[in-house]
Ligand binder design. Structure first.
Ligand code: HSE
Length: 440
């Protein structure tokens, strides 16, 4: 008699054998017995595929069937689940995901760009085929934040979800803070250490964090993924002087992704933004240093939940991938976004204008009389109240100084209006840098 599908090994294929792929192989081998006990059956790798067959990956690949074409891994009879670790929103990763689901097999992926762009379509396909689609490793690496929201906090209305979703940016900002070094210098080091994406612009311009935020928002609010509406700003314009000024005021700078449901109007809207923020020294996110990620979810019954851990790396990412495999081995097919795609709400994007908060604005200005008066007049005319102002010495470029203003709490729309009034002013030598101050 054939082994029952509940006790037979779960047979997996790996598409992509980079750092994470090798990590998955090592984890499945090292913890085989406990994984089998917890999953109720063994997890077994049967086939693998990657671009370069000859590359030394530090693990013995000869035990597995090699498939040159990763797109057809899911069509193999000896494969129940394909683990896609190729990356990229389209191309081979997407083709592999589609063929796998079309073949009636489950898909586990760490690919945040693909889920942010195509997750709804893939989830519809998976729901129709009654197969699992899981992507815990796509958001915040080893931190079980998708499970945390889908399962642990499932009974709560989530009032706000926000956090540090990109390890490269966090490494750069916290190293600039510790050493006083420049952005470009520390970016080069992050690339050498290997956390940065293949294209570092995805990290430092906030795109990677925006991919992850759009996925978290969909899970937290039961809404359709809307990556295109995430207001995104990166960290490339932050100078050592901003970090020093933030420090003098009692803050660190962190790139924060934040999603909130705005129910203030007649119809609910979804606010999603990735932007560097000033984080007060006593906020838990101020203590998240290096390549670490952290996510805060505020549930209406749970209160503030903090998830923190490694957001990248072979071990942590493999841990998230294998957790998904264990769920599948246990028979958990569940809707990929908790509720079926047809029931996800399509919320219009909320603009930031209605939000109340304190803002840090750093101007780069010509060093001559009347400049401060001009800026102060624009603030006055737009109804922005200034809480503090710092101008220290002469800045790096000749005749140019940095002027930092912190506003009292007020609508963000007023700050936008003040900056509009200053547009084209000959006193400003570059566009101002605007960062919100993270509230309680
Ligand atoms: N480049 C990403 C980061 C890796 O720096 O967080 C994990 O998605």
């Amino acid at each position: 008699m054939a082994e029952s599908s509940k006790t037979a090994p779960l047979r997996i294929a790996l598409a992509g054998l980079g750092t994470v792929g090798a990590g998955v192989i090592r984890l499945i081998e090292a913890n085989a017995a406990l994984i089998a006990r917890r999953a109720g059956r063994p997890i077994q790798i049967t086939a693998v595929s990657a671009r370069d067959r000859g590359k030394d990956r530090g693990v013995d690949m000869t035990r597995y069937v090699w498939e040159d074409d990763m797109i057809i891994l899911g069509e193999r009879e000896d494969v129940d689940v394909v683990v896609e670790l190729v990356g990229g929103s389209d191309g081979p990763a997407l083709a592999c995901a589609r063929t796998t689901i079309e073949a009636g097999k489950a898909l586990v992926t760490a690919n945040k760009a693909m889920i942010a762009h195509h997750g709804l379509k893939l989830a519809e396909m998976a729901e129709a085929a009654k197969v699992a689609l899981k992507f815990e490793a796509a958001v915040a690496g080893g931190i079980p934040v998708i499970k945390g929201l889908r399962e642990g906090a499932a009974a709560n209305e989530i009032e706000r979800v926000y956090g540090i979703l990109n390890g490269t940016c966090n490494y750069i900002l916290s190293t600039m803070e510790d050493t006083g070094r420049s952005f470009a210098d520390v970016l080069a080091e992050a690339q050498a250490k290997g956390f940065a994406e293949a294209d570092p612009a995805f990290d430092v311009e906030g795109t990677d964090a925006a991919h992850k935020l759009s996925i978290l928002a969909a899970i937290a609010y039961g809404t359709r993924i809307d990556f295109a509406s995430v207001e995104t700003a990166g960290i490339t314009r932050i100078r050592a002087a901003d970090i020093a000024q933030a420090d003098a005021l009692g803050y660190v700078i962190r790139l924060i992704g934040m999603a909130e449901e705005d129910r203030s109007g007649e119809t609910p809207r979804l606010f999603q933004r990735v932007q560097p923020h000033l984080v007060p020294f006593d906020h838990p996110l101020a203590h998240v240093d290096g390549a670490t990620n952290a996510v805060v979810a505020e549930g209406n019954y749970s209160g503030r939940l903090l998830f923190q851990g490694a957001g990248a790396g072979d071990g942590p990412t493999a841990s998230a991938v294998v957790a998904d495999l264990i769920d599948i081995a246990r028979g958990d097919i569940g809707a990929p976004f908790s509720v079926p795609v047809s029931e996800l709400e399509a919320l219009a994007p909320a603009s930031s204008g209605h939000r109340l908060g304190r803002t840090y604005i750093r101007f780069t200005v010509a060093d001559r009389p009347g400049v401060l008066a001009e800026i102060a007049a624009a603030m006055r005319d737009a109804g922005v109240s200034i809480e503090s102002l710092i101008q220290k010495g002469r800045a790096e470029a000749e005749g140019e100084v940095l002027l930092a203003i912190v506003t009292h709490e007020g609508p963000e729309s007023a700050v936008t209006e003040a900056l509009r009034l200053l547009e084209g002013s000959a006193s400003l030598t570059a566009a101002p840098l605007v960062m919100q101050i993270l509230g309680e």
